[in-house]
Write a protein that binds this ligand. Structure first.
Ligand SMILES: Nc1ncnc2c1ncn2[C@@H]1O[C@H](COP(=O)(O)OP(=O)(O)O)[C@@H](O)[C@H]1O
Ligand SMILES: [Mg+2]
Length: 377
């Protein structure tokens, strides 16, 4: 049985369709991240799961039971928000106990369970403190303990870490992951931050314009994006436009704005027509820059493929990685590779960029990916 099932869920606010015919299954015990740009409908989706927003159309089930019209307090779910509202005049322990008090649990049991929760979030020493004596990260841990203590079947977190600074955020991400693994707690985690999704998620649901574009495990959505939107949203890349010049039953040759041709493996049912525009995505980590004496490329027996010459315009050191910007004459591309002090390229102006044709992904005129997944493994 799935922990959550959403069936053709739609939410309209007047003219605006915030969530558009969305279907999704969250498995028992998994941490699913809803990832997408601001305004794409993540919070609205979550609020419909939690019962804080009523769907215009569609169905919500939790733990196999349809709850579309069940009020929030009767659903087996709990939500942690970005602005974690703790009770300022209650102690940390009283804040954590609160949900159990509402459920009529006895004093002694309440205190015992709240102490267990505080131990799990590493705040045992603070049970008598007032929330405003705690740091942002500690307050967020209290909010988490307060939500977990009622043992919700489903815990939902809406950008819970976005107010924290980078270091604390990364620390909390790891803690959350540990808590999730310890409790096998089903979690839906909303974020617009790809790195956060990659750190936490068992599966990622990428959202755009009120719809789920793709659901999959992190390496799958990164390496085998269904659409150009997913490819661009999940990481930095060079988007290069081109036009199909030749086709076979499972590949195309396309010219490009870089001045070079691309030989692209294509799924048999997605081969575009000659003359059709296509888009190639070159991830910076799938390319290398090499020094060159001149900007002339010696073509091996035909048109130069899988490489292009250019001039290095900027080099940025990012710890162990180096990002180089290269002007190819028609446009600039960027490449990321391991820093190698012996490579000799960093002081050079002229360089050649190469890439592995098997690692590139291409999209048709509608933004749908046409390269076969096997090509990227
Ligand atoms: N109560 C509301 N009334 C009107 N419009 C809303 C309401 N809640 C959300 N929206 C709109 O719905 C869209 C999706 O919002 P939201 O789900 O909050 O997106 P996200 O969480 O992905 O940033 C946005 O355009 C937002 O302005
Ligand atoms: Mg939101």
């Amino acid at each position: 049985m799935s922990a959550i099932e959403l069936h053709s869920l739609t939410k309209r606010f007047g003219e605006l369709t915030a969530v558009d015919d969305l279907s999704l299954e969250v498995k028992e015990g998994e941490l699913l991240c809803l990832l997408g740009p601001s305004g794409c409908g993540k919070s609205t989706t979550m609020r419909m799961i939690g019962g804080l927003e009523r769907p215009t159309e569609g169905k919500v089930s939790i733990n196999g039971e349809e709850v579309t019209r069940t009020p929030a307090y009767e659903r087996d779910s709990s939500i942690v928000f970005q602005n974690w509202a703790l009770f300022p005049h209650k102690t940390v322990l009283e804040n954590v106990e609160f949900g159990l008090k509402m459920d009529g649990v006895s004093d002694a049991e309440r205190t015992e369970r709240a102490r267990e929760m505080l131990e799990m979030v590493q705040l045992s020493d603070y049970e008598d403190s007032s929330p405003n004596e705690l740091s942002g990260g500690q307050q967020q841990r209290v909010a988490l303990a307060r939500s977990l203590i009622v043992e919700p079947h489903v815990l939902m977190l809406d950008e819970p870490l976005s107010n924290l600074d980078k270091r604390l955020k990364e620390e909390m991400q790891l803690e959350l992951k540990e808590i999730h693994d310890d409790l096998d707690q089903t979690m839906v985690y909303v974020t617009h931050d790809q790195n956060e999704a990659f750190t936490l998620a068992d599966r990622i649901g990428v959202m755009n314009d009120g719809q789920i574009v793709q659901v999959g495990e992190p390496p799958e959505v990164y390496n085998n994006p269904k659409t150009q939107f997913v490819e661009e949203f999940l990481g930095d890349t060079n988007i290069v436009s081109g036009q199909v010049e030749e086709t076979t039953e499972n590949s195309v040759l396309a010219n490009s704005e870089l001045g070079c041709s691309f030989e692209i493996p294509v799924k048999r049912d997605s081969v575009p027509e000659i003359g059709e525009p296509i888009t190639v995505s070159l991830r910076p980590e799938n390319m290398t820059v090499k020094p060159s004496q001149s900007r002339e490329i010696t073509a091996d027996g035909g048109k130069p493929r899988s490489r292009v010459a250019g001039e290095i315009t900027n080099v940025i050191y990012r710890g162990s990685m180096v990002r180089s910007y290269v002007d190819t004459g028609s446009r600039e591309v960027f490449v990321e590779q391991q820093y190698d002090p012996d490579a000799g390229v960093w002081g050079q102006d002229n360089a050649i960029i190469e890439w592995n044709s098997d690692r590139l992904v291409a999209f048709d005129d509608d933004g749908m990916q046409i390269t076969p997944y096997e090509a990227q493994l």
